[in-house]
Design a binder for this molecule. Structure first.
Ligand SMILES: *Cc1c(COP(=O)(O)O)cnc(C)c1O
Length: 394
């Protein structure tokens, strides 16, 4: 398709039905009827393409899949019930007992738990390595390594992984690289263009963008998705509902616009926090002194909407900042047009041991903000109420 990214977000992957509707229709139907027994047989055998049953074929879900695939520059996408269902379906489609996975440290906590506590029971082992230490990835490869999995930028410390370098390691070793593109979305980063084989999404976050529905997706080449991942969806049924798919379609229409606005707001807030006397350290890949700033500038078109910062005084001080807010939503969710604030050490990363948190540099004084689109001055005032009561960091 020769359309630009904004046009694809608005019009990609969809054709009107004969009703000539101007906005995508929702098809809330569990099954589809056939004109004849022969047509039913041809659909079931795969001889003829078409709808069968909404566990694995639904036109609204397909419209979402086609648009997201076009935005990521992938051949095909498969919508799933949640971001975790997408990661699970990818693993179930690609891996078997005896296989080995390398996963970046600092992935979403539930993802780490899926690999460490659940897939491990089925004979899939996982090693966790730093997203920024390319040599550590190469050193962790074994003959049975099948999958490299990472998030970039990472949550909540915004470390940036070199997708091209890790894709090269995967491909030199007959493995695949999958990137969870939750933080950037295709609006800011298209991992397939940097050599990744697959992209996963929690559509719950920025793709929806207004905190309404839970969903997910896997994006990649048609062969891998049709042959390895679709059969798992069809058989096991972690399916996206048509209503949710429609909400995500609406979200995709404004994704490019929102991600530019989130990035602009976050950059301004990060600079303000960096100058604040009560703040020790700010994590945002858009800051020139961020360790992977140059890589982020090359790999992404903007730096995204997640900023985290550290205050001296540990948990007590961090909670004080959070509890002093009156506008920001205290919630672990992210990617919403409304700003959210959270204390990773006691929420998203609370089930890890203190040693694990230490290894990941998730300190007690760390606060994460998913910067929304309220007036910047209102966000600053809300944070300043708590920060103003803290002792200066320097
Ligand atoms: C939320 C999230 C997930 C899981 O998605 P759900 O839709 O909550 O299942 C996976 N990866 C990242 C980076 C996330 O933020």
């Amino acid at each position: 398709m020769s359309w630009g990214p904004d046009t694809i977000g608005l019009r990609g992957g969809w054709e009107r039905t004969p009703e000539q509707e101007h906005s995508e229709a929702i098809f809330p139907t569990s099954s589809f009827s056939f004109r004849s027994a022969a047509e039913a047989a041809a659909r079931f055998s795969g001889e003829e393409a078409g709808n069968i049953y909404s566990r694995f074929t639904n036109p609204t879900v397909r419209a979402f899949e086609n648009r997201l695939a076009a935005m990521e520059g992938g051949e095909r996408a498969i919508g799933m019930a949640s971001g975790m269902a997408a990661i699970l379906a990818m693993c179930m489609g690609l891996l078997r007992a005896g296989d080995h996975v390398i996963c970046s440290l600092g992935v979403f906590g539930t993802t780490a738990s899926l690999f460490a506590n659940h897939l491990s029971r089925f004979g899939v082992t996982t090693d966790f390595v730093s997203p920024t230490d390319v040599d550590a990835w190469a050193a962790a490869v074994r003959p049975e390594t099948r999958l490299l999995f990472l998030e970039t930028p990472s949550n909540p410390l915004t470390e940036v992984a070199d997708i091209r370098a890790l894709a090269d390691i995967a491909h030199a070793n007959n493995a695949l690289l999958a990137v969870d593109n939750c933080f950037c979305t295709p609006a800011l980063q298209r991992p397939l263009e940097w050599g990744a084989d697959l992209v996963t999404h929690s559509a719950t976050k920025y793709l929806d963008g207004q905190g309404r529905c839970v969903g997910g997706a896997v994006v990649g080449d048609a062969e891998t998705l049709d042959k390895a991942i679709f059969p798992f969806l069809r058989t096991a049924g972690p399916s996206m509902s048509p209503f949710n798919a429609w909400v995500f379609l609406k979200g995709l229409e404004t994704l490019n616009l929102r991600m530019r606005a989130h990035s602009e707001q976050a950059a301004a807030l990060a600079a303000w926090l960096q100058d604040h006397p009560a703040v020790d350290r700010v994590h945002y890949s858009g800051l020139p002194d961020h360790r992977q700033h140059a890589l982020a500038a090359r790999q992404q078109t903007a730096f995204g909407g997640i900023v985290s910062f550290e205050v001296p005084g540990g948990r007590e001080a961090a909670w004080q900042v959070i509890d002093a807010t009156r506008m920001l939503s205290i919630t672990a969710n992210l990617g919403d047009v409304r700003s959210t604030i959270t204390h990773p050490a006691s929420t998203t990363h609370g089930r890890l041991s203190p040693e694990q948190r230490d290894a990941m540099a998730i300190r007690e004084g760390l606060v994460r903000i998913s910067v929304g689109l309220e007036d910047l001055g209102d966000i600053q005032a809300d944070l300043d109420r708590g920060l103003g009561g803290l002792r200066p960091a320097r």
